[in-house]
Design a protein around this ligand. Structure first.
Ligand SMILES: Cc1ncc(C[n+]2csc(CCOP(=O)(O)OP(=O)(O)O)c2C)c(N)n1
Ligand SMILES: [Mg+2]
Length: 343
């Protein structure tokens, strides 16, 4: 018998989606899923190296939050960063090329899977150290606030979304940053993707208070728990948190209850999690659930969804071809990009 902490029902959330919004969110989730499946294939074919952490199963969190933000808002990720980058608008070509270590990658082939970065898309980076992005994101939120309040720059109303895992929420940087963010009312969303596991450490064995969103209350911060397999519920929570942040009313801690459908990384045989647990979560596949919802609500037809699936498939094939055909970084440029260059 699997004891799962899930919210009572698949919320068809309070937010009504338009046809276009529904398809945008659906397309983003399908892009994330298909991109990751292609990564697994390319990794096992020896096209990419090092650790590769896939996001399958968690798509509702990335799409629900990032698609509720503006394109000039900031996003900060972890080593599980491919889909956050895609939702932020980094082209699939650039992400795939980065994973292949090519010069055309979004980090110029210097970063690889865990260090995706794009100044153009305000993607503050993927970070290999657990919790490493939390202070970076907090700093980004501080600069928006400082430019607006101290320097009088009215255009500095950007919000930052900081994604990290349940494991990261036991790290000191989480507590230090939540304290500062609440104290200074920073425009930030701390989004914990609680997928129940930190590699092979079960969340409930690693923390004294498994309900992470409750940790916000001691800082006087808003904390919400949301079904992370329900993109509409995530989107509704994100919209509220973004509005709060943009209005100068401070940060929100969003705990999204989710699950990764694959092992921790592609090097993980994934033998610790029980079949019953996996089956329980596979049945809540966020993409199938959104597809059913869109059709039931007459927001989309099956043909429209199939057309999107096919379009994304060719987009990913194109990304692979682009990555394969791209040049390696030139060895003479080994030290380039260590320091920022003038544009
Ligand atoms: C500071 C630090 N300690 C340990 C590790 C090794 N490590 C890599 S991923 C990971 C688990 C993190 O789990 P979680 O934050 O829940 O994120 P998830 O992988 O589930 O997305 C650990 C311990 C690390 N990368 N950085
Ligand atoms: Mg985790």
């Amino acid at each position: 018998m699997v004891q799962e902490r899930v919210l009572p029902s698949f919320s068809t959330a309070q937010t009504r989606l338009t046809h276009d919004e529904g398809l945008t969110v659906y397309e983003d989730m399908v892009l994330g899923r298909q991109f990751e499946d292609k990564c697994a294939e390319m990794y096992y074919r020896g096209k990419m190296f090092g650790f590769v952490h896939l996001y399958n199963g968690q798509e509702a969190v990335s799409s629900g939050v990032i698609k509720a933000m503006r394109s000039d808002d900031y996003v900060c990720s972890t080593y599980r960063d491919h889909v956050h980058a895609l939702s932020s608008g980094v082209p699939a070509r650039q992400v795939m090329a980065e994973l292949f270590g090519k010069a055309t990658g979004c980090s110029k082939g210097r970063g690889g899977s865990m260090h995706l970065f794009s100044a153009e898309h305000n993607l503050l980076g993927g970070y290999a150290f657990v919790s490493e992005g939390i202070p970076v994101a907090t700093g980004a939120a501080f600069q928006s606030k400082y430019r607006r309040d101290a320097l009088g720059d009215e255009s500095a109303d950007q919000v930052t979304a900081c994604f990290f895992g349940d494991g990261a929420s036991n790290n000191g940087q989480f507590f230090e940053c939540l304290n500062m963010a609440a104290l200074w009312k920073l425009p930030i969303l701390y989004v914990v993707e609680n997928n129940k596991w930190a590699i092979g450490m079960a969340h409930d064995r690693a923390t004294s208070q498994p309900e992470i969103y409750k940790k916000a209350s001691v800082f006087g911060m808003a904390g919400v728990e949301v079904d992370g397999m329900d993109v509409l519920a995530v989107r509704a929570a994100a919209q509220e948190a973004v509005a709060r942040a943009r209005a100068g009313e401070g940060p929100t801690l969003i705990e999204a209850l989710t699950y990764r459908f694959r092992g921790h990384s592609l090097a993980d045989p994934d033998e610790l999690r029980s079949k019953a647990e996996k089956d329980f979560w596979f049945a809540r596949d966020p993409i199938k659930r959104l597809a059913n919802y869109l059709i039931e609500q007459n927001l989309a037809t099956q043909d429209e969804l199939t057309e999107i699936d096919k379009r994304i498939q060719s987009l990913i094939e194109d990304a692979v071809t682009f990555a394969l055909d791209s040049p390696e970084p030139d060895p003479s440029e080994l030290y380039r990009y260590v320091f920022a260059e003038d544009e």
